[in-house]
Design a protein around this ligand. Sequence first.
Ligand SMILES: Cc1ncc(C[n+]2csc(CCOP(=O)(O)OP(=O)(O)O)c2C)c(N)n1
Ligand SMILES: [Mg+2]
Length: 344
Amino acid sequence: MDTLPLPDDGDTARPTPEHLRELYSLMAAVRHLDLSAVAWQRQGIIPGYAPELGQEAAQVGSGYAVDTSRDFVFPTYREMGVARTMGVSMVEYMSTHKATWHGGLYDPVKSRLAPIQAVVAGSVLHAVGWAHGQTLDGSDAVAMTYLGDGASSQGDVHEAMNFAAVMKAPVVFFVQNNGWAISVPTERQVAGGSVAARAAGYGIPALQVDGNDVVAVLAATRRAFAHCRSGNGPVVIEAMTYRRGPHSTSDDPGRYRSLDEERDGAGEDPLHRFRQQLQADGVADEEFFAQAQASAAAEAEKIREGLEALGPRPGNEMFGLVFQETTPALQSQAVSWREESEHV
Ligand SMILES: Cc1ncc(C[n+]2csc(CCOP(=O)(O)OP(=O)(O)O)c2C)c(N)n1
Ligand SMILES: [Mg+2]
């Protein structure tokens, strides 16, 4: 499906060989970090993590289209690859998964990435509000919000899409349809054929794209951004991909899908597929891939060291950071907490 009026400018927009190699290096770094994060959870370095195995093309391709000098991204809990592509410090990003600090230690305003959002479909409303604010300020900045196939069943998504269209808010709704909402397959919770098909009801143009093809995802996202930036209102992109791993480090997919189903559903690995393509086109050779793998491993190791060096935050921050001005109830909770934890 492609109902975006702006034409696909095909080959002219194709990334240069240098950019293609950069996309591959990003995907390799994200893959390595993602697998490492699961291992770190098993080793007790972080208490929990939501893997994005198989979604590297969707995340790197879309994140690569963001202009961090003006745009803003509203992620879910699974967008490590987007954060890495946007250049967010990965130690600061991972601090949320380490539970060092609730919102993560990175600065959302500077990095242009909102804090990790665990409320399903929570980020879509924030994106619409932010984007509407940009139009009032006369800015041409665009918000991109991530959501899953499961999130698309939430009422918040209806409200967000409807108002974004009514107000012509520059929002890219980037849906990663990874086939699953924890244990529920897409066909049991998405009516109407696809998430992209629903956009027509709001008068929003939509694109359904092969989410395992990083170049196709980048092209689709760039087109969507151009549409939004020119004052035409929102776009829905549905990137068809597959959650190859568990929902989170506390999930066991073996309880609701077989290995055969996983193999059939996942199709070809996006990283492997991109590597084959770059090799076939003569854009990269064995030496390049070995180098990309080595730097991905070195990077993950540095991030692990940085994470392990993070000390605990002062506990009283949990009361001080709730409201701009504290409330009597919060103050009395803070006093009780201090008495119990510090024995004062
Ligand atoms: C409002 C809300 N309802 C339920 C949950 C529990 N929950 C966490 S993830 C999830 C499934 C989301 O699936 P999807 O949107 O497809 O994203 P994915 O996890 O596949 O990336 C659910 C139901 C939650 N975190 N927030
Ligand atoms: Mg999903």
